[in-house]
Ligand binder design. Structure first.
Ligand SMILES: Cc1cc2nc3c(=O)[nH]c(=O)nc-3n(C[C@H](O)[C@H](O)[C@H](O)COP(=O)(O)OP(=O)(O)OC[C@H]3O[C@@H](n4cnc5c(N)ncnc54)[C@H](O)[C@@H]3O)c2cc1C
Length: 298
């Protein structure tokens, strides 16, 4: 294990060792992060990336851990959480958000201020950085819809500003962001009646609560939507609702979700993902593509 004392000295209580993934992922499952650091601002995140580069320790940047499955073998090196980089600013028809701000705060603020175009993404429980990394979306809107530009830094620690037109994106896909750490993003909107947008937001949140198993830990939809169909419909048709491996279960409320129904290991969840893919392929011929990101060794 590297000498992590410089991190402890700089980050104090915001630097933890052997932290279980149940404390930083919404699946509440998986192994331990060797070192978990929560930088307080962009400069600290940049400093941390520089330190990792200098001592050749791998660095993984996470938001709210709501789209990842961490291996039971854990995460070597440093895992940085952006949860303290939460700045948000509304100015005219624009919102600028730091990478660790909750995506739902962007959705809420835009609706409250009569700024249209992202209100239907309400309730996505990740960060701005995590949402943009894979162009998260819901109910026909996507995080890239209103994006103007991104502030990032690359592996060498150099600041890189990207305009939306520089990035190839599509359904749950934003290309070329792999080696970059996202620091902040700017969005621009059309004006609309705040009462209408607030109403849209309320409907979306109510629909999520009615259809999704929000009472259990999960990481949302496990698979991408296959062309012309829904993963949840195919999984349901394969008779898999309620199917379990250990503590992992295909949600009976929404077959597109795998929930941690109590004490699930990452291996349970991973095995269930494999079973679901195999059974759906067998029954309908569709090869479901994983939406969630596997971290560590599986
Ligand atoms: C109940 C529930 C409902 C959900 N509903 C939806 C939905 O409707 N639509 C949808 O698209 N998703 C949904 N999700 C999945 C998830 O919330 C989104 O994908 C979200 O955008 C992930 O953000 P995060 O901050 O949690 O990312 P994380 O899971 O922390 O990270 C995801 C990826 O982004 C990278 N990343 C995160 N922050 C940065 C950064 N600052 N710089 C560089 N890389 C970064 C990570 O390295 C990782 O590769 C849902 C999840 C849950 C639990």
């Amino acid at each position: 294990m590297p000498d992590y004392s410089p991190l402890k000295n700089k980050f104090g209580n915001y630097c933890l060792f052997n932290e279980p993934a149940e404390n930083f992922t919404t699946y509440r499952a998986g192994g331990r992060a060797e070192a978990l650091v929560k930088p307080g601002d962009a400069a600290e995140l940049l400093w941390l990336a520089g330190w990792c580069r200098d001592v050749a320790v791998p660095l993984l940047v996470l938001g709210r851990g709501s789209n990842v499955l961490v291996s039971d073998k854990g995460l070597p090196g440093v895992t940085a959480l952006t949860e303290r980089l939460t700045g948000l600013e509304v100015s005219g028809r624009a919102i600028t958000a730091q990478a660790g701000a909750l995506w739902d705060e962007v959705a809420r603020l835009s609706a409250e201020n009569g700024l249209a175009g992202l209100e239907k993404t309400s309730g996505i429980p990740g960060s701005v950085g995590g949402a943009l990394r894979m162009n998260a979306g819901a109910f026909g809107q996507e995080t890239f819809d209103r994006l103007v530009s991104l502030e990032t830094f690359n592996a060498a620690g150099e600041t890189v500003r990207l305009l939306k037109k520089d990035i190839a994106f599509g359904y749950r896909r934003a290309e070329g962001l792999g080696g970059l750490t996202l620091l902040s993003a700017r969005f621009e909107f059309e004006r609309a009646d705040p009462a209408v947008l607030r109403q849209d937001r309320s409907c979306v949140l109510a629909s999520r609560a009615a259809k999704q198993p929000l009472e259990f830990p999960s990481a949302g939809s496990v698979f991408k939507r296959p062309p012309g169909d829904y993963a949840s419909r195919l999984i349901d048709a394969a008779g898999l609702k309620g199917h379990k491996v250990g503590g992992a279960e295909v949600s009976a409320k929404h077959a597109g979700f795998i929930i941690n129904s109590g004490g699930a290991t990452a291996a349970d969840i991973y095995a269930l993902i494999g079973e679901v893919r195999a059974r759906v392929k067998e029954r309908s011929g569709v090869a479901l593509e994983l939406e969630q990101i596997l971290l560590g060794e599986f």
